[in-house]
Design a protein around this ligand. Structure first.
Ligand code: URA
Length: 246
C-alpha cells in the first residue's frame, strides 16, 4: 500500500462563480489516491463543461466551439498554446490543424503520444478578425487572456503537471508573468528549463512558426530532444516507454 501526503487548495474565480476546495489529506491508501484522482477527473470534466458555455468575454460571440483542451488529468506534461485557430474552433479540440500535425510529429519524435500529455491554450475560444470576407486568426488581447486565465489556472491545479511547455511567445510571456520570471525573447529562452517553485516551465517555439520558417523545424525538433532528456532526468518514467502506459 502506498502511503503519501498531499495538501491541496484550489480557488477558482471567473467573475461569475467562485468556489474554494480544500483538501488536507494524509496517510492515504492507494484506493483513496484513486478516489482523489477520480475527483480531479470529474472536476476537470465539469470545468470543461463550463468553458464550453462560457460568456466571460466577447470571443463567445464568434466561436463555433470553445476548445477547453484535452488529455488525461494524470498527465505529467501540459502544453499551452496561444488560442484555437479555425480548425480547432470547428472541431472543439486543440492543435488539430497544420500546426497540430507538426506538434504530433514532435511528440512522436520523443516517443510521446498525444494521449499521454495535456494540451490546451491560454484562451479557450478562437480570437479572429475579419479580413476581406473571411476570418483570420489573431493574437488574443490582454483582456481576453485575463478573462480566460482562471480556466488555465484551474486546469493546472487539478492536473498538477511536472512540466509546463509553453508554445510560442504569447504563452511564454503569460507564464513568465504569472510565475514572476523576467521575460526574454523566445529566441533566447526556447528549450531551456525555468523553475518557479514546484513548477517547471520549458518555453518552446510555436509549432506554427515552423510552417512559415523551415529553419525553425530543426530547432524545434532539437528542443524536443532536450525535453526528452529533462523528462528522463525528472524521472517521469511513465513516459519512457509509451507501451507501458497503454
Ligand atoms: N495554435 C494554438 O496556439 N493553439 C491551437 O490549439 C492551435 C493552433
Amino acid at each position: 500500500m502506498g502511503n503519501y501526503q498531499t495538501s491541496r487548495r484550489l480557488a477558482v474565480s471567473d467573475g461569475r462563480f467562485r468556489y474554494i476546495l480544500r483538501e488536507q489529506v494524509s496517510n492515504h491508501t492507494v484506493q483513496e489516491a484513486q478516489q482523489l484522482s477520480d475527483d480531479a477527473e470529474s472536476s476537470l470534466r465539469d470545468l470543461h463543461d463550463r468553458i464550453r458555455v462560457c460568456r466571460l468575454c466577447h470571443l463567445c460571440e464568434t466561436r463555433r466551439s470553445a476548445v477547453p483542451g484535452e488529455g488525461p488529468v494524470s498527465a505529467k506534461i501540459v502544453f499551452v498554446g496561444e488560442g484555437p485557430g479555425r480548425q480547432e474552433d470547428l472541431e472543439g479540440r486543440p492543435f488539430v490543424g497544420r500546426a497540430g500535425k507538426f506538434l504530433d510529429e514532435c511528440l512522436q519524435s520523443i516517443d510521446l503520444r498525444r494521449d499521454q500529455v495535456f494540451i490546451t491554450n491560454i484562451v479557450k475560444c478562437r480570437p479572429s478578425e475579419s479580413s476581406v470576407g473571411w476570418a483570420r486568426d489573431r493574437k488574443p488581447t490582454s483582456e481576453e487572456m485575463s478573462a480566460c486565465s482562471p480556466y488555465l489556472e484551474t486546469q493546472l491545479e487539478l492536473i498538477k503537471p511536472e512540466l509546463v511547455c509553453t508554445l510560442g511567445d504569447t504563452a511564454k510571456s503569460q507564464a513568465f508573468k504569472r510565475f514572476h520570471i523576467e521575460d526574454d525573447s523566445i529566441g533566447h529562452v526556447h528549450g531551456r528549463l525555468f523553475l518557479a517553485g514546484s513548477m517547471k516551465i520549458v518555453p518552446m517555439y510555436h509549432p506554427a512558426a515552423a510552417l512559415y520558417d523551415i529553419s525553425l523545424r530543426q530547432i524545434i525538433m532539437i528542443d524536443f530532444q532536450k525535453l526528452r532528456r529533462m523528462i528522463s532526468q525528472t524521472k517521469l518514467t511513465s513516459f519512457s516507454n509509451p507501451e507501458s502506459s497503454r
